[in-house]
Design a protein around this ligand. Structure first.
Ligand code: CA
Length: 219
């Protein structure tokens, strides 16, 4: 899953970045409203964590512009503990939820999981399809009830596919789930991880759609 972190405070930003990377999210971090707007126009994210008080362009303004472009990605706004007015303004401008600063890391991660789950059209916390189950909260995977160990990058490729059976993801879309801007991309990385996943989970689960990408079939 790929996240955009918008935070101008260096210490807070670094702490959140570390916490998100430990959970294996691919994260891009920008520190002002103009950079946030540019990133949101050019990249596709599974979630945006948006501070409202930003240099150059206000976070609410960035959020309104995002929604005016009909971009539906989930947005979690970050506000100060006593700033009730900011929370209301954020929700009314198109945010899906808010967190108060200073962050409780566990709460932040749980809200992120919940929003990503909802945006994939699911209410249940564990993905399960054709006997393969993923629990994003515990990062446990299983096949027909037997635990399976997946690498962070195998997980990153499998999670979007299993979350939306029947939806074809291109190689480029899956690469985006793997990396932030500063990471190197080897051209066959997705193929390598799909190969590893097929070995662990069976060859039928992830199917290649020639010329288009990969899909976990609905049935
Ligand atoms: Ca700020």
């Amino acid at each position: 899953m790929r996240l955009l972190l918008v935070e101008d405070d260096l210490m807070i930003g670094e702490a959140v970045l570390d916490a998100l990377r430990v959970e294996h999210y691919a994260v891009d971090w920008v520190r002002d409203g103009v950079m946030a707007d540019t990133a949101l126009r050019s990249e596709s994210y599974d979630l945006v964590l948006l501070d409202l008080g930003l240099p150059k362009r206000d976070g609410l303004d960035v959020l309104r512009a995002l929604r005016a472009r009909h971009q539906t990605m989930p947005v979690l706004v970050a506000t100060a503990r006593d700033a009730v007015g900011d929370r209301i303004a954020g929700l009314d401008a198109g945010a899906d939820d808010y967190v108060v600063k200073p962050y409780d890391t566990d709460e932040l991660l749980a809200r992120i999981r919940a929003l990503i789950r909802r945006s994939a059209g699911r209410a249940e916390p564990v993905f399960s399809h054709k006997g393969v189950a993923l629990n994003p909260a515990t990062r446990e995977a299983s096949v027909n009830g037997a635990p399976v160990s997946l690498s962070a990058r195998e997980w990153a490729v499998l999670e979007p596919l299993l979350a939306r059976p029947g939806v074809v993801f291109s190689r480029a879309q899956l690469e985006e789930k793997l990396y932030g801007w500063k990471d190197d991309i080897s051209s066959n990385a997705v193929e390598v991880y799909v190969h590893g996943l097929r070995k662990k989970l069976g060859s039928e689960l992830i199917q290649t759609v020639r010329g288009l990408g990969y899909v976990v079939p609905r049935l």
